[in-house]
Ligand binder design. Sequence first.
Ligand SMILES: Nc1ncnc2c1ncn2[C@@H]1O[C@H](COP(=O)(O)OP(=O)(O)OP(=O)(O)O)[C@@H](O)[C@H]1O
Length: 259
Amino acid sequence: MSTILKVDDLVKNFGGLAAVSNVSMALNDDELVALIGPNGAGKTTVFNLLTGVIVPSSGAITFNGPNGTVPINGMKPYKVANLGLARTFQNIRLFKNLSVIDNVLIAMTSHYKEGFIQSVFRLPKYYKTEARIREEAIDLLKIFDLQDDINVLAKNLSYGIQRRLEIVRGLAMKPKILFLDEPAAGMNPEETADLTRLIRKIQREFHITVLLIEHDMSLVMNLAERIYVLDHGSLLAEGTPDEIQQNDAVIKAYLGEEA
Ligand SMILES: Nc1ncnc2c1ncn2[C@@H]1O[C@H](COP(=O)(O)OP(=O)(O)OP(=O)(O)O)[C@@H](O)[C@H]1O
């Protein structure tokens, strides 16, 4: 098993607030890992740091990709995405006035760089590529049972379906690592169970590494191979779901939140 993403001593301060303090973690190839912690623990800040949305105060983030080792610190989000790190957001960010298929096609076309001449003059190769991309998009939508909704505007989908479409869009970028920020937020238990099955399926079928933030513990414990626990910006624990459920410090952090 080799490490695809390595995080060393990551720090992010917002003024006087240490949102993330000396966090070190590693993600391996094809691994499904969860990042959990009470509200305000720093989970989304870690995601934002790993995907270039914000710049760390200090520390190192290293991606081991097909072209060698690349430091991600301070890299622009689109460059991080081009390396193969895709993400979804806690608040859904679809193109609401575009159809389901167009939302996926936009994410996909970032990968197919047809020649300028081919696309401007609409040469045969352009049409062939366009047809192939569309077919791939539909195949992806079928996995998520969205094939009957391809012409529906994103804004007209139910909340749970919009969340699914966000994941499809992430996958359409053919990522090496997919970051899912609270994929089950706002879903009912049935939708959550469905989503759990889907995430497991895509991770196996596409051989990608998944890091997910989630408050739904049934999803986390059913799905994750390994869990990192954050509390007040620091790593509190790391281990298998069994180890985490029995960890006294973790239990205390969660009970403390409820008290
Ligand atoms: N841009 C910002 N400016 C100032 N403070 C911020 C900023 N972003 C996050 N914070 C603070 O950093 C801390 C960690 O926030 P973060 O959103 O990462 O937590 P979280 O674990 O994702 O929480 P939740 O589970 O509620 O989404 C919080 O105290 C938050 O208020």
